[in-house]
Design a protein around this ligand. Structure first.
Ligand code: AAO
Length: 512
């Protein structure tokens, strides 16, 4: 009996909800559209040394090449086959990246596009990243192979064959999402092809998957697929480790499909998180930072141990997907850093940091007509590499939010306070708040239009601390402001509303 209980406990710990990050590493970063060679280098030179747990990569498999508009980022969300050649590199480069990142304890999470193939109007020819022949109109994808039998055309009941009403779960799951040919995941043959693709990736050494468009797949089909996945590669992971699963389900309420239907399969993206926090930090709709005292489940979010949280993602930073105008992005850098800082300090959810490339936005009637623009690229369409400047920022229009001092230091903060309770909350009834994580870390925000000057109970041991937002500890010195915590754990914070970053954070590893 005791052995059985132990086995159950071990099973739960190593289940699909566990991110499988190396012990003490608590966040992943989405290196959107990065090349495999650049990711491998970034794991070694930056992510490993700075405590990042892993990388969500762009879809690694064969995808359509779209010419109008020219090579948009979204072409990678239109699979042609499961061969591993994409805009980010070939199979050899992919394997090399996984090995090099794993070897420095930074694991790879694959964006898996398994709901559909390319759009119905994708044409026929060999315009795919691997040069594979296909014929979208004829539903012919010989490199898998898939044929007409493998799609849901017959099951969809709308006249257009498209999803017309998100209030009807059958439509959402059996019809086409924006024209994308919808795979029939109830078929054992189709499941087998997808399982084969995912198991190939697992055997190469990846640690888990984002299931794209999970809302558009039946949870039972996803369960049947995940149950057939291999355990992770024992070259890097303990025997019996299950792949981490997080599913893209947009649930802002008011539709037929809810996140909770997917909890049996794995974690789920909590889209309310970034939408709400964006409103709070922008002070829209009467929101105040002081209202976040019960942030998390208290705000109607899904259970903590099921949530994958983020401030923005590759869709809603450019008006795709959901969340709307409140979403904070690097374009609003000052507010964005506060938002990401809040997320990384707060215990709720498993955190994902976004890393983007820059493009010129062009607003026309509330829509960015440049929302399609792909990664920085050369004239032949190949993606430019990520260059690193002397000050450790990135060149070639790669934004590298994850390298911003404030964000990188908060990724470290989250590791330092891992497992500690939410504690020592303080607020001024408006937009000045502070909270700690047990006796390991403390953060203070001033999002009001006046100065903050308060002596607060931090819960930290007495001593001099380096604020990791205005600077950081380098050797024995602090490049930013210093905070003195007295013998009773109290410290005075003065944060001007005009500070470059109107927040401060201290933790025990930044004690001087
Ligand atoms: C492209 C072209 C299309 C063309 C198609 C095929 O843009 O014009 O027809 O190719 O040729 C990405 C791009 C798409 C692109 C696609 C394929 O975003 O523009 O289509 O690649 O290249 C829904 C899904 C969600 C999806 C999101 C974009 O539920 O899964 O749309 N995200 C993922 C990826 C995304 C990718 C795909 C899926 C496809 O992250 O990058 O698409 O692989 C409601 C629903 C949401 C729904 C949104 C948008 O949201 O709830 O489920 O997301 O609508 O349709 C308020 C509501 C909120 C609502 C929102 C927007 O906020 O509260 O619920 O308004 O109405």
């Amino acid at each position: 009996m005791k052995l059985l209980l132990l086995l159950v406990a071990v099973g739960l710990c190593s289940a699909q909800y566990n991110p499988n990050t190396r012990s003490g590493r608590t966040s992943i970063v989405h290196l959107f559209e990065w090349r495999w060679d650049d990711i491998a280098a970034e794991c070694e030179r930056y992510l490993g040394p700075n405590g990042f747990g892993g990388v969500q990569i762009s879809p690694p498999n064969d995808h359509i090449l779209v010419s109008n508009p020219w090579r948009p980022w979204y072409q990678r969300y239109q699979p042609i086959s499961y061969k591993l050649c994409s805009r980010s590199g070939n199979e050899q480069q992919f394997r090399d990246m996984v090995t090099r990142c794993n070897n420095v304890g930074v694991y790879i999470y694959v964006d898996a596009i398994i709901n559909h193939m390319c759009g119905s109007g994708g044409g026929s020819g060999t315009h795919s990243s691997c040069g594979s022949y296909f014929n979208a109109g004829a539903r012919d994808f010989p490199s898998v192979p898939f044929s007409g039998w493998d799609f849901n055309d017959g099951k969809c009941t709308t006249g257009s064959g498209e999803i017309e009403n998100y209030g009807d779960a059958n439509q959402v799951r059996n019809c086409r999402l924006v024209g994308l040919l919808d795979l029939s995941l109830e078929k054992d043959y189709v499941r087998g092809k997808i399982v084969g693709f995912l198991n190939t990736l697992i055997d190469i050494g990846v640690a888990g998957f984002r299931f794209d468009a999970a809302k558009h797949m039946w949870p039972g089909d996803l369960k049947a697929i995940t149950d057939r996945l291999n355990n992770l590669n024992t070259r890097w992971f303990a025997g019996g480790t299950r792949p981490f699963i997080f599913q893209e389900v947009i649930d802002l309420g008011g539709e037929a499909i809810s996140s909770s239907q997917y909890f049996g399969v794995g974690r789920v993206t909590e889209f309310k998180y970034g939408a709400k926090l964006g409103s709070v930090i922008r002070k829209w709709n009467g929101e105040k930072l002081s209202y976040t005292k019960n942030w998390g489940e208290g705000w109607g979010f899904m259970p903590n141990d099921r949530a994958l949280v983020f401030i923005d993602n590759h869709d809603n930073q450019r008006g795709h997907g959901a969340g709307g105008a409140s979403i904070l992005t690097f374009f609003d850098a000052r507010l964005y850093k506060m938002g990401v800082g809040f997320m990384l300090a707060h215990p709720y959810g498993f955190t994902r940091v976004m890393s983007s490339y820059r493009w010129n936005r062009n607003w026309v009637n509330g829509k960015d007509t440049n929302d399609w623009i792909g990664p920085p690229s050369n004239s032949d369409g190949s993606t430019k590499s990520v260059t690193i400047n002397a000050d450790s920022t990135c060149g070639n229009d790669w934004v590298c939010e994850h390298r911003w001092r404030q964000i990188k230091n908060m990724v470290i903060f989250r590791n330092v306070v891992n497992g500690q309770p939410f504690s020592n909350w303080w607020d001024n009834g408006s937009n000045q708040v502070a909270f700690g994580r047990g006796n390991r870390g403390f953060i203070v925000f001033n999002n009001d239009d006046w100065n903050l000057d308060a002596t607060l109970n931090t819960g930290l041991p007495s001593g001099n601390y380096c604020d990791v937002i205005s600077g950081q500890k380098e050797g024995t010195r602090c490049t930013g402001r210093q905070i003195y915590v007295d013998g009773s754990g109290r410290a005075r914070f003065q944060i001007s509303n005009n500070d470059a970053d109107p927040f401060a954070a201290i933790h025990v590893d930044a004690k001087l």
